[in-house]
Write a protein that binds this ligand. Structure first.
Ligand SMILES: O=C(O)CCC(=O)C(=O)O
Ligand SMILES: [Fe+2]
Length: 250
């Protein structure tokens, strides 16, 4: 085999392995956690080598379509870059691999919230829907924080088409690579005070979170809550994350 053929086989093996790890997660439990809390966690989904490889892409200009300096927009402090097409194999595998497991949850949430939209079983079909509506720019991103950086509470909405779940992967190790920089969420309930949540992520962990709203089962039927996520101030070191959002951007 040529060098590029060998590299191609290595990529295919790595891709199949990550897809199998995603499939092997305890999806019934993840669905219960998502229903109860609006977030769920898969510990150590990515290997340290995959985390390093992904974080290392940050300086590879050709991999990205744009760069956002958060302070310029009032989004916080730090920066992120949106991947360009074609997505790196690892990112494409995460997006295509997670999606089918999230569809039943997304469809159930939509039914409970009285929303008409249902999501097709494969990501390519959902992306075709986004593209037909003018949402053609890829949204997976890589974020980089240094000392003093933080990410204000936000929702990743990029147009009319919204897939209601997203995945965040922590690529750095807390305590070793950085201090502070906790992943936080808030849940705003109707006519009540907001509920704060801190997700205790470690390197390689995947957090599956609600993008903006989810149903909560109350005593008299279900009601809708409004979620946001962000990152507390990084006190020292450097923190990288990868974000996988399933809808594309207008
Ligand atoms: O850096 C983080 O943990 C936040 C990432 C984020 O906001 C996202 O992936 O949408
Ligand atoms: Fe986000």
């Amino acid at each position: 085999m040529s060098v590029s053929e060998t590299a191609g086989v290595a990529t295919a093996v790595a891709t199949a392995s990550l897809e199998a790890r995603i499939a092997a997660a305890d999806w019934p439990q993840l669905a219960r956690d998502l229903d109860a809390q609006g977030h769920a966690q898969i510990e150590r989904l990515l290997t340290p080598a995959e985390c390093r490889a992904l974080a290392g892409l940050y300086t590879d200009d050709a991999a990205f379509r744009s760069r956002v300096v958060m302070a310029r927009h009032g989004f916080g402090r730090g920066e992120y870059r949106y991947f360009a097409h074609p997505l790196p194999a690892l990112v494409a595998t995460l997006r295509g691999g997670f999606y089918p497991h999230l569809v039943p949850i997304a469809n159930r949430w939509h039914a409970a919230m009285g929303l008409a939209t249902r999501f097709p079983p494969r990501h390519a079909e959902f992306i075709a829907r986004c593209h037909a509506a003018g949402q053609t720019r890829p949204t997976p991103l890589l974020l980089q924080y240094g000392e003093g950086d933080y990410n204000c509470l936000h929702q990743d909405l990029y147009g009319e088409h919204v897939f209601p779940l997203q995945v965040v992967l922590l690529l750095s190790e807390p305590g070793r690579d950085f201090e502070g920089g906790e992943f936080v969420m808030t849940e705003q309930r109707p006519r009540m005070q907001s509920r704060p949540m801190v997700l205790p992520l470690r390197q390689g962990d995947a957090a599956v979170i609600a993008v903006h709203e989810r149903p909560v089962q109350g005593t008299r039927g279900s009601y809708r809550v409004w979620l946001r996520h962000g990152v507390s101030r990084v006190r020292a070191g450097r923190r990288h994350t990868a974000g996988v959002i399933f809808h594309d951007a207008a």
